[in-house]
Design a protein around this ligand. Structure first.
Ligand SMILES: O=c1ccn([C@@H]2O[C@H](COP(=O)(O)OP(=O)(O)O[C@H]3O[C@H](CO)[C@@H](O)[C@H](O)[C@H]3O)[C@@H](O)[C@H]2O)c(=O)[nH]1
Length: 437
């Protein structure tokens, strides 16, 4: 299905964007498009946002700029996540290309998720530039790029690897897809296959802030042969800029500590990954028994999802229990909250490592470092941890919140005019406009 472009959009430049079909990838692509279209230099670009038919049903009525239209390709179906990823990589290319043949005006550039590496081939066949769009951190990209160095990793998950250049040492257990399971091995193989295509794209975009992971970004810029832009968090902060809590000019104030009483917990019920039922029960019992105040939000993959940043930015939120998806991580950082990290799979271990070890704005819920087993974190352990975390009279809890506020200020500066993210986004827009005109 295609909606006709409005008559006011006689655009000579037509950008087609293709996110990976899941919430954590569609949200940042949509936010990126909105940022792009609000940039003065891109006002003539028509954007076609391509989703599967299923996803059009979920997001088709969400507000979007007039100059943007949706177009669809058939659904991809699989019973598990590795199978879905493989199907996305193998089966979507033909329907995407068929769609491009029908679109008017003819597409002049493509922005596609890094997992949809075949877009590079499609762009090359049509002689139009392709920007690959990474919805994960530059750090996981960095680790995958250096994956060949990871040989004979220890069985001891607590052991640290310190030989990857320019990245702070990492526990073995924090490397992505390193749990020895068939699912992880299959996922890793598919990820690495796609990764080999990255340098054949014309641009690489990171939905990150330079100040969050400068070493990984610097090394990737030096080692990869294509231009790389760190275009900012691609979260909907632009809709919150009148919110006094979410202010880019806030000074540090002791008084805000009085308010931070509620722990925000969101249970991710994605179709492929979620915490086990038994673990969820332990968490639920623990939060209830602990006596702390908490806000528990259950969400499914398809539920309307634009409220998390708004909630996190509320003055009473004093902590964020997070699975460390990259979007949630950036939202927590920009809301200035401290984290309890509970990663599940993929990049989430690395995001958790950055939160806890690099930025020092969170604690791990699970200190267990066994690589090949899934152990339950018991309710008593969780209850003690959350009580300690929410005890704002303790020095530990206060220090971590002060660091969260400092990090928030650093990142807030990056997304204002003159900041690193705005400067990089402008540079990408300038380069793209020059290439396609
Ligand atoms: O109650 C909620 C919970 C979430 N969200 C939104 O849902 C999105 C969740 O994204 P993310 O935190 O990245 O989690 P996932 O959906 O799990 O993300 C997938 O995609 C990410 C980006 O590639 C990866 O980092 C993750 O590992 C992968 O699971 C964010 O935009 C949130 O704002 C809400 O609006 N309300």
């Amino acid at each position: 299905m295609e909606a006709a472009p409005s008559s006011s959009t006689c655009a000579c430049s037509h950008l087609v964007t293709m996110p990976y079909p899941a919430r954590g990838y569609i949200n940042p692509m949509m936010n990126f498009c909105k940022m792009l279209l609000s940039n003065d230099n891109t006002r003539l670009i028509l954007v076609t946002f391509v989703v599967t038919e299923e996803w059009l049903g979920f997001i088709g009525s969400d507000p979007k700029p007039d100059i943007m239209r949706f177009a669809t390709i058939p659904n991809v179906v699989a019973s598990d996540h590795p199978g879905f990823l493989e199907a996305v990589m193998a089966k979507m290319e033909a329907s995407f290309e068929e769609l491009l043949n029908r679109l008017q005006p003819p597409p002049t550039a493509i922005v596609s998720d890094t997992f949809l590496y075949w877009a590079v081939v499609v762009g090359s066949r049509r002689n139009i530039p392709v920007a690959l769009f990474s919805t994960m951190s530059a750090s996981i990209f960095f680790v995958l790029h250096h994956h060949h160095l990871l040989v004979n990793l220890s069985e001891n998950g607590g052991e640290r690897v310190d030989y990857i250049p320019e990245i702070s040492s990492m526990r073995v257990v924090d490397f992505p897809l390193n749990d020895g399971s068939c699912r992880s091995k299959q996922l890793l193989k598919t990820c690495l296959k796609g990764f080999a295509w990255v340098s054949k794209a014309q641009y690489l975009l990171f939905t990150s802030i330079y100040e969050l992971e400068p070493h990984a970004i610097d090394v990737l810029k030096a080692e990869l042969s294509l231009p790389i832009y760190t275009i900012g968090p691609a979260i909907p902060y632009f809709s919150l800029q009148n919110n006094p809590t979410f202010s880019t000019t806030n000074g540090t104030s002791d008084s805000y500590m009085e308010w931070l009483q509620v722990l925000f917990f969101t249970s991710h019920k994605g179709s492929h990954f979620s915490v086990s039922r038994a673990q969820m029960d332990e968490i639920a019992f623990a939060l209830r028994e602990s006596g702390i105040q908490f806000l528990w939000v259950g969400r499914s993959e398809a539920s309307r999802c634009d409220q998390q940043l708004r909630v996190l930015s509320h003055p009473s939120i004093g902590g964020f229990w997070s699975h460390c998806g990259w979007n949630s991580t950036k939202e927590g950082v920009l809301a200035g909250v401290s984290f309890l990290t509970f990663p599940i799979i993929m990049d989430q271990q690395i995001d958790s490592k950055m939160i806890v070890e690099d930025w020092k704005v969170g604690w791990r819920v699970k200190e267990d470092v066994k690589v090949n087993t899934t152990t339950l974190v018991k309710k008593d352990e969780i209850a003690m941890l959350v009580q300690k975390f929410m005890d704002l009279d303790s020095n530990l809890a206060r220090e971590i919140r002060e660091r969260s506020e400092t990090l928030r200020q650093i990142c807030s500066r990056a997304i204002t005019n003159g900041g690193s993210a705005v400067t990089d986004l402008n540079a990408f827009v300038k380069d793209l406009v020059q290439t396609i005109h």
